[in-house]
Design a protein around this ligand. Sequence first.
Ligand SMILES: Cc1cc2nc3c(=O)[nH]c(=O)nc-3n(C[C@H](O)[C@H](O)[C@H](O)COP(=O)(O)OP(=O)(O)OC[C@H]3O[C@@H](n4cnc5c(N)ncnc54)[C@H](O)[C@@H]3O)c2cc1C
Length: 508
Amino acid sequence: MTEIYQKLENIVKKEFISNSLIVRHAYSRVVDPVLQGIPDIVIRPKDAKEISEILKVANEENIPVIPRGGGDDEFGGSKPIGDGGIVLDMKRMDNVLKLDEDNLIVTVEAGISWGKLDEYLCHYGLYTGCMGPGSGMTASVGGGISHQSVGGGGCAKYGACTNQLVSLEVVLPNGDIIETGSQANKFSKIPFNRFGNGPDLAGLFCGDNGIMGVKTKVSLQVFPRPPFAAYKTFLLPRKDRQVSSQIMLDVRRKGIDVYDLMYIMDLIMRVGCDQGMFPMWEQLKKKRGIIFYTVEANSEAELQEKVKQLDTIILDNKCEALGPEISDGNIAKWHYVEQGHWQFYHNLWGMVPALEPLSCECFVPANMYPTILDDIDQWDMEHAKDMEIFTKVTGMRPITGSGPIFLIDGNNVELTCGFTSFPSYYNGENHEGWDELNLKLWKSLMGMLTTKWGVQWYMMGEMASRIMAQLDAYLPDYYKTLKAIKKVLDPKNILSRGKFEFWGDGNK
Ligand SMILES: Cc1cc2nc3c(=O)[nH]c(=O)nc-3n(C[C@H](O)[C@H](O)[C@H](O)COP(=O)(O)OP(=O)(O)OC[C@H]3O[C@@H](n4cnc5c(N)ncnc54)[C@H](O)[C@@H]3O)c2cc1C
């Protein structure tokens, strides 16, 4: 390995490459406690040219390479499958390259975080619309595009972050560097449109989970932040799942361009309050499900009209409005004004110390999620015996359920569900078999959602893409076509080897 290390070091310089044990372990996991793969080398390139050279070496030596942005993936993805390979840490490439204020397009290096980008844009009265994922303080724009991310605010109005994509610069697995959209014309002066000059090649890299190329430069549409906004929170009546779903459908049917519309189930409300996570709701006598909205407008009159229409729908569904201030329980205000959309999930994930998330995130139609949630409850009951194994030792039962459910493009919602369990190393002791049990349960839940409901996994990490393959869930000709494209772009399967299980599940 030392000769290869030397070749790579010559590309990036000494301080941007490491094979030390501590660094390799630091890059061996993402958010979940179960999946681990320890890379041989971690490397932090500064530009597309360096990445191209790294990929050429990887091809010569047949070494897998895994791109990593913020490393906020929840189920593998930005770490190797099995041990070995090179992790390509993109976070050094975190600059804004150009803001085209006339055409409202920003061009950034792919390793920049959504937080840094939006902080920059706010000085110009602009924002990214979809604020990336809920992990946007650390998650990168390149990771978001690779995942079709949505969730960090603005989802009901703008949809997933890939909707705003104008063009990409991508280093292909063989080291070639391409640009997409208007930039495919070498005479084009500036990125200005995604579609045209041939098929939408950028689409191939959206949601690819890092298998088709390394995104190095991203041009996104940006938007003027409207001067008026209203944000309200409501307590749902009983049957909160059905009622919240009905509200979402009604809002879409009326064509109100709500910015965010989010449902938080009663379980999260109760457990979150017990854990001191939601001080704004502690005084509420009824700990029921919550629904909240944010709406934006260009004038006070427009805003009031939208608020009137939204309130009518929500109050007709027997919800109870909470007061206007955050201390009254108005989480919508915190979410929008204090950028709670980027603070929310990190707390939820660590709701109880040592309780680890084994989550799955998918898109489903808004009229479907109440029944899916019922099925998830049923799944939990059917696995009570397994859950008891953890409860006996920890005194706490793993919690199954869903995080916030929010309206995205069309009539769809983003459904974050799963269970919070315990890692095998708990309270100073190693508990044999726990990792395997967690993995078994996790796969079982994702399997149920895949085969019974046909949910759409949008960020696939390593878990979802492999489960789709293992369960034979892809239409055969779709899978064959995807595999053929991968083969053309990446004949040695260098990039993100093992995802989608095109050529088996291993890292070799
Ligand atoms: C607390 C928390 C909240 C979250 N909330 C949301 C949410 O609301 N919505 C949502 O969609 N997701 C959410 N996520 C999941 C995840 O953070 C997002 O999907 C995020 O966009 C990942 O970005 P990242 O930079 O961390 O990507 P990473 O985890 O580093 O990588 C994700 C995938 O993209 C690939 N990749 C990364 N950068 C590149 C690149 N430049 N070129 C090619 N491939 C690349 C990786 O190989 C990997 O497959 C959340 C995660 C956490 C921990």
